[in-house]
Structures are given as structure tokens and as C-alpha cells.
Write a protein that binds this ligand. Structure first.
Ligand code: SF4
Length: 401
């Protein structure tokens, strides 16, 4: 804790005004961490697009397997107002949904929780019938009648935003199997997909997409965000930490009297008023406290803190893949470069080595065998300056075992 820290309760005595209704005070999130919030203190909420539904501005990322007996992280986050869980059929090799099911029962009132799940289907399997069948499997695994949000997961094909899929969603809504519908997109044509969603003329309630401090200057993405906002589509940011390994992140000694680096990254996303919420990998109680504190703190990022994030983005670009695989993969025989670098990030930055290895090994051999491929053109095309051959070799070393 920094030396200028004012104990939170003393500060509360001195402060009135902003956020008083929520018990919020004008100190930073670091101060918030010093004291446990009272039971009335919850993270702020925002309307998701034009759905009419309010959701917390920080959402529980559910990529892990939870403790089915009593998951302390889920319960603590819920107490602090994080009542939105984002899971997917593929998370934790199917175990995420199954281990969220007991938590839903423990809460005791389904309506007190928002459950989003996602199904990834590609190519000829990605039909409305295929998605409907997998949605039923999600509902079965989660032991719930309905999802609050059903996302087509990690889509790259614009055809999945066409009339057949919108009709499918409307049918699922009428059958009360889902309340809202949308999609998530990670790599490559994110801006194009979001632009297409905005033009679809309704039926797409929300989009979850990669968005973080490394993308301030991305003109195409900003235009796509504007288009979705104008179309009333809810905007959920993911991959907000844009992580690189800890030793590299330390090249910028982030200094702030109010925020940790992780909190500042979240704050930089919430500073964009177009964004409704950010999903966060709350894998332990400390992260729950740290990130909800950032959400509750009314203090905004200073210009200096924004500049430090900009410097971090510039100095660590070579170690962070943006997922713009349309630039490199066509120059590398369609090798799965972005996928492999993402799995390497799961291992290096999130400690999710088991999941990363499983995903890596699930890639078709032709998508990961890079030795015979000349990667020089792909490396030249990379806007991040990533030494692709070196990083793929590292991915193979640590993930193929
Ligand atoms: S390696 Fe470079 S070009 Fe390829 S997806 Fe990553 S950032 Fe984009």
C-alpha cells in the first residue's frame, strides 16, 4: 500500500457526494482493497445494449472448473454483485458448465443469476440445427431451463449472422430456452463481423469481443464499435488484460497511487462509455477483491496512467499477439499461428497449462507443423513485430508434452 494511503473508513468520514447511495467514496481501488466492503457494497450495473436488462460492469469469466461443493470464488463474487457468469460448452473440457450447475442451485433462485453460455461450431457443423442441439446440451449440463444469453462462440464466418441464424434465435426465445442472443469473436475479422452484426437489422442483442488498451488506435475496430452502439447491440469486452509474461510486463514499472496494473487495464476499458461490461477471469478471491474494487471505485484513470499503459503496449507489442490472423496466416500456408500464440499466452500468463496443452494438441497437425514453412513473410506482416518462428517453437516446447 502506498504511503499516501488514507484508511478507507477515515476517508469515508471525510467524503460525501459521489456514489453515496452505494457507499462509494472518492478514493482509489487500492484503498478499497485495504478494507472488506460492507455487504451493501456492490459493483455498479449498466444496461446491456437495448435489451432493457442491467448487468454488472464486471462479469465472472467461467473458463475454469469450479468447486461443485461450495465455490468460494463464485460466492464471494456474487456477494459483491457479480451475478453474471460467462461460460462455454468447451471451457475446462466441458467441466465449467457442469460445475456451475451446483452453484445455481446453491443461490436458490435462478432469476438472481445471469448465465451466458457459448457454443463453437465451424464449417458444415455450424448449422441452426447443430447450434440448437448443442444449446440443449448446455442447458442439460448447467441444469437450467434457459440461458440468459446464448452466444455463437469464436465465430469467424459472417454467414452465421444471416437470417437463418437470426430466425433460430427468435425461435429459441419464443421457446424460452434463451432470453438474448449474440456472438463472441476473438481473432481476425472482429471488426468485419461487428459491422455485419450492426447491419443485420435486429436480432443480435450483444457481442463479446477482444478489447483492451492495446487497441486504442484501431480505426476499423472503433468504427465497428460505433456501428454496434448505434444499432443498440450490447458490447462486452474480453481479453482486457492483454497479458504478456510477468517479467516483460515489468519493463514498465507501473506507478499509481490508486490502481494496480490489472485494475488500470480494466479502468481503461470502462473509460470507453460505449462498453457495457468487461468479462474478467476471476480465478481466486484476491482477484475478485482487486477487480471488483476497481469496478466500485469512482476514481478515473489519470492521463499519466493512460500514458503508462500506452508505453506498456508499445514496449511489449512483440510478445502479445493481437489475433489478427488474416495478416500472417495466409502467408504461412494457413498455419494456426494466432491459436498457438493464444494457447501459449494461457500457459505463460494465466497459468492454465493443462487447458493450453489440451487445446494445442487438439489442433490439426497441419495447423501446427511449422518446420517446413517459411515464416519470413508472415513475420514481416505482423504489426506487433512478433518473431513468429521463435514463439511457435516455444509453444511447441511447452505445450506439446
Ligand atoms: S502473429 Fe502478428 S500478425 Fe499474426 S495474429 Fe498475431 S499479431 Fe496478428
Amino acid at each position: 500500500m502506498n504511503s499516501e494511503h488514507i484508511p478507507r473508513r477515515d476517508f469515508m468520514k471525510q467524503t460525501a457526494g459521489y456514489g453515496a447511495g452505494l457507499g462509494l467514496v472518492g478514493n482509489g481501488a487500492r484503498d478499497w482493497l485495504a478494507q472488506a466492503p460492507s455487504p451493501e457494497e456492490k459493483v455498479p450495473r449498466k444496461q446491456l445494449g437495448t435489451t432493457g436488462a442491467d448487468i454488472p460492469i464486471i462479469l465472472m469469466g467461467g473458463s475454469q472448473k469450479f468447486d461443485p461443493r461450495y465455490d468460494k470464488v463464485l460466492h464471494r463474487a456474487f456477494q459483491l454483485g457479480v451475478d453474471y457468469i460467462d461460460t462455454a460448452q468447451m471451457y475446462a473440457q466441458g467441466q465449467s458448465q457442469k460445475t456451475i450447475a451446483p452453484f445455481i442451485k446453491q443461490i436458490g433462485d435462478r432469476k438472481k443469476l445471469w448465465i451466458t453460455s457459448k457454443v463453437k461450431l465451424v464449417g458444415s457443423r455450424a448449422t441452426p440445427e447443430g447450434f440448437k442441439a448443442n444449446l440443449d446440451k448446455c442447458r442439460e449440463d448447467l441444469e437450467t431451463d434457459y440461458l440468459d444469453m446464448f452466444f455463437l462462440h469464436m465465430i469467424t464466418e459472417e454467414r452465421l449472422l444471416g437470417p437463418d441464424y437470426i430466425r433460430m434465435a427468435e425461435e429459441l426465445k419464443r421457446a424460452e430456452k434463451i432470453r438474448f442472443f449474440g456472438f463472441s469473436c476473438h481473432d481476425g475479422n472482429v471488426a468485419e463481423l461487428m459491422t455485419a452484426a450492426a447491419k443485420a437489422g435486429g436480432g443480435i442483442d450483444a457481442v463479446m469481443f477482444r478489447y483492451n488498451f492495446r487497441q486504442y488506435g484501431d480505426v476499423a475496430l472503433n468504427k465497428a464499435i460505433d456501428a454496434c452502439k448505434a444499432a443498440g447491440i450490447g458490447l462486452i469486452a474480453m481479453k482486457t488484460q492483454a497479458s504478456v509474461p510477468a517479467d516483460l510486463e515489468a519493463v514498465v514499472k507501473f506507478q499509481s497511487r490508486n490502481f494496480t496494473l490489472g485494475q488500470a487495464k480494466l479502468k481503461s476499458v470502462w473509460a470507453d462509455e460505449r462498453i457495457d461490461a468487461a468479462v474478467s477471469g476471476l480465478t481466486n478471491i484476491e482477484l475478485v477483491m482487486e477487480n471488483t474494487a476497481a469496478a466500485m471505485s469512482p476514481v478515473k484513470l489519470s492521463m499519466d496512467e493512460f500514458m503508462q499503459l500506452n508505453r506498456l503496449a508499445a514496449l511489449t507489442a512483440h510478445a502479445h499477439c493481437l489475433g489478427c490472423n488474416q495478416r500472417c496466416e495466409p502467408r504461412a500456408n494457413g498455419l494456426g499461428i494466432a491459436d498457438m500464440l493464444r494457447y501459449l499466452m494461457y500457459h505463460e500468463c494465466y497459468g492454465e497449462s493443462e487447458e493450453a496443452r489440451a487445446l494445442y494438441r487438439a489442433l490439426p497437425r497441419e495447423a501446427r507443423d511449422f518446420e517446413a514453412i517459411d515464416l519470413s513473410d508472415a513475420t514481416t506482416a505482423c504489426p506487433q513485430g512478433i518473431r513468429i518462428a521463435e514463439r511457435l517453437a516455444q509453444a511447441r516446447r511447452v505445450l506439446s508434452a
